[in-house]
Write a protein that binds this ligand. Structure first.
Ligand code: 8Y7
Length: 275
């Protein structure tokens, strides 16, 4: 499996670890600890030292009910962090749904656009098509504000799969090469706890599609629903979830706890190579 991301051609010989760098004062997972640009840069450097393969930089919280961030504010948060972390040589992803922010990120040299709206905002598709960057298309229904009311599916696996294939098709029609596209079933986005676990359980089915699959479940509330853990206590269950996704064929896992996930993957891969 290959994922072409601008100047970075990712050969996916083992699952890649994407570390989350929030540049948001209202992020639900880190309480705004890494809110400032300089803190986010230092934090990104730390995640690289811990073994992250990709950094995903985001300036707008997708937490349900989070305040909207203006284009100007999002660019002011994200772009300085992108510019600085690019100097390390790392693969840089930007988590945004806004075409203006995508354009600014691509112009700054970002390699990947990670869009929870799967390039559905007007103008997003042409901006990405005009570049050579990689794109992650995620499934969601509604918006982060109302998505938890949109959890009705006749068959969640089928519906999510057909949505993702439709979006991939639209991208390919617009000129985005198939090898630039990665798909994500959107754990935690417009799904119940049971639906999230049904998707995780069927990660192998998505992994058989002709695209790399990204899974993001780190510290999400469905993990809290099973373990009874608060968000700041969800590292162990997040590592377990990332390992399950990887074992079922995910090509990329999006995580907060990079060091712990790196260790878990090392043990798994050593075991696999010892058969
Ligand atoms: C995901 C994501 C978030 C995910 C992809 C959180 C930006 C919420 N979750 N992107 N973003 N997949 N591709 O809890 O699951 O991290 S934000």
């Amino acid at each position: 499996m290959r994922w072409l991301c601008g100047s970075k051609k990712l050969e996916i010989k083992r699952p890649l670890i994407m570390g989350i760098v929030n540049v948001t004062p209202d992020s639900f997972s880190d309480g705004g600890t890494h809110a400032s640009v300089s803190e986010a840069i230092a934090y990104g450097e730390q995640l690289l030292a811990e073994g992250a393969d990709i950094l995903d930089i985001g300036g707008e919280s997708t937490r349900p009910g989070a305040a909207n961030v203006s284009v100007e504010e999002e660019i002011a948060r994200v772009i300085p962090v992108v510019r600085e972390l690019l100097k390390t040589g790392a693969v840089i992803s930007v988590d945004t749904s806004k075409p203006e922010v995508m354009k600014a990120a691509i112009d700054a040299g970002a390699h990947i656009i990670n869009d929870v709206c799967a390039l559905t905002k007007p103008g997003a598709l042409p901006v990405v098509a005009a570049s050579g960057v990689g794109v992650c298309l995620m499934h969601m229904k509604g918006t982060p504000a109302d998505m938890q009311k949109k959890t009705e599916y006749a068959d969640v696996i089928l519906e999510v799969e057909s949505y993702l294939l439709e979006r991939a098709n639209a991208c390919e029609q617009a000129g985005i090469a198939r090898e630039r596209i990665c798909l994500d079933y959107g754990f935690g986005f417009a799904k119940t706890v049971d639906q999230n676990f049904e998707l995780l359980a069927h990660t192998d089915r998505f992994a058989h599609l002709p695209y790399p699959i990204l899974v993001g479940l780190s510290r999400k509330s469905s993990l809290g629903a099973i373990t009874g853990r608060e968000v700041n206590e969800r590292s162990y269950c997040s590592v377990a979830g990332a390992l399950i996704a990887a074992q079922k064929g995910a090509s990329v896992v999006r995580v907060h706890d990079v060091a712990a996930t790196v260790d878990a993957f090392k043990i798994w891969l050593k075991t696999e190579s010892s058969r």
